[in-house]
Design a protein. Structure first.
Ligand code: UGA
Length: 450
């Protein structure tokens, strides 16, 4: 078995490396020559736990190769995966498919025998059909099928998600293509991973429906959290109790500052636009998009309120800027909305993130970047937890409290226990739980509109 992987971003690199681990010969191609040179040496340009070791093994075993020459990836390949970027278009937010279509054209020119061309990037319904047309127009005598095989991996857990997926979705009605892709995913067939064969349109829609549903689940619990604060309830207990209902499920019910990342914001927006364009508006998801955007802004107000309504000249320490732990990715991270709003309100910000500071520097200005969490807390009027990295869960809070100007903690990820915070005497504000004011018993939030 031999496959070509076009694009070495998150999806392409993780998929290519994992397919090599399945025992397949993989040729990864990218236009970025510097990146390819790095990858040839096993130097992974993204932070993804476990990926570098796995890639190193595949390079040593000679099962994976990197090139800038598309011909090498396509000639002789049983399947060629398109895993190039589909960023939102500046003009209207629609997924920009120009890289996918360009890749299709170039692949067509290189094909030399029956090839299954597979769209792995997240692409709107109808893209596989369009790719087929492009290939046919470019090379009318080509022998090929186009299939859709969306990827469901999460950043930070990508290798595990690829190796042990909940399901694999393959969209094609060609038996020949099915046979090839069944062979590509043979190790997963053997360990009885559910593989859903379906139409291409269904496969494409599944990816958007999955991400939109998860984004909706998060947004739902975030709004319940707001209500819990007013009602004196605890959202964590609510989430646990409803999550024990098998029909609801416990995952993706952690209330927080709103979802971010390179997928949920982009895919929810794209789904609403497809809905509008096709005359089937997705009103729930449209609301989710709006509620989530508002929420990120409200988080800044919540921090300001915790400081008594004014942060002018105050020092705010921020722990975590990545959109979630175990990644250096800050794309659409809540930090990119919240921190500038705090700066606008006159605050000085010191921040630390274990992996994402280099990326965050490209988008955030005037931040006093620190080397570790304790430095961030020094002399701070308030400390804000924005990303739930494990290292923030086990901080010496007594030490932190002593070094701060005010013992004030805004925990937007609910990583600490109310009892512990009370014991330590913090003014502690979290999500969907009662605020703890210094020297007091838990009381209901007084600030409205949060
Ligand atoms: C998401 C999906 O989970 C993957 O299945 C999908 O393949 C991927 O998008 C994609 O389309 O490529 P990812 O963006 O890496 O993966 O991150 P998630 O772990 O899903 O988290 C997304 C956001 O939701 C983060 O900002 C996270 O903090 C937030 N979140 C997640 C919550 O606020 N609460 C939760 O309970 C879970």
């Amino acid at each position: 078995m031999r496959i070509g992987m076009v694009g070495t971003g998150y999806v392409g690199l993780v998929s290519g490396t994992c397919f090599a681990e399945f025992g397949i010969d993989v040729v990864c191609v990218d236009k970025d020559a510097t990146k390819i040179e790095r990858l040839k040496k096993g130097d992974v340009p993204i932070f993804e736990p476990g990926l570098e070791d796995l890639l190193d093994r595949q390079i040593k075993a000679g099962r994976i190769h990197f090139t800038t020459n598309l011909d090498e990836a396509v000639k002789g390949a049983d399947a060629v995966f398109i895993a190039v970027g589909t960023p939102p278009r500046q003009s209207d937010g629609h997924a920009d498919l120009s890289y996918v279509y360009q890749a299709a054209k170039e692949i067509a020119a290189c094909m030399d025998g029956y090839t299954v061309v597979v769209t792995k990037s997240t692409v709107p319904v109808g893209t596989a059909r369009e790719v087929e047309q492009i290939i046919r127009d470019t090379k009318p005598d080509a022998e090929f099928d186009v299939a859709s095989n969306p990827e469901f991996l999460r950043e930070g857990a990508a290798v595990n998600d690829f190796m042990r997926p909940d399901r694999v979705v393959i969209g094609t009605s060609s038996e020949r293509a099915q046979k090839v892709l069944r062979e590509v995913y043979r190790p997963l067939f053997l360990n009885e991973t559910p593989i859903v064969f379906t139409k291409r349109e269904t496969s494409e829609m599944t990816k958007y429906a999955a991400n939109a549903f998860l984004a909706t689940k998060i947004t739902f619990i975030n709004e319940i959290a707001d209500l819990c604060e007013k009602a004196g309830a605890d959202v964590q207990d609510v989430a646990r109790a409803i999550g024990l209902d098998g029909r609801i499920g416990s995952k993706f019910l952690h209330a927080g500052p709103g979802y971010g990342g390179s997928c949920f914001p982009k895919d929810t927006l794209a789904l609403t636009q497809t809905g509008q364009a096709m005359g089937a508006p997705q009103r729930i998801v449209e609301t989710v998009v709006q509620v989530n955007a508002d929420r990120q802004k409200q988080m800044a107000s919540r921090i300001i309120a915790a400081c008594g309504g004014d942060v002018k000249g105050k020092r705010i320490g921020v722990l975590g800027v990545a959109f979630k732990p175990n990644t250096d990715d800050v794309r659409d991270a809540p930090s990119l909305v919240i921190l500038p709003l705090l700066q606008e309100a006159g605050a000085h910000i010191a921040a630390y993130d274990p992996e994402a500071m280099e990326q965050a520097r490209l988008f955030l200005t005037d931040i006093d970047w620190k080397d570790e969490a304790y430095q961030v807390a020094e002399n701070a009027d308030v400390l804000v937890i924005l990303t739930e990295w494990n290292e923030f869960r086990a901080l010496d809070l007594a030490r932190i409290g002593e070094s701060m100007k005010e013992k004030r903690l805004v925990d937007l990820r609910n990583i600490y226990k109310l009892e512990d915070m009370k014991e330590l005497g913090f003014h502690y504000v979290s999500i969907g739980r009662p605020d703890l004011l210094p020297e007091s018993k838990p009381v209901l939030k007084e600030v409205t509109g949060q």
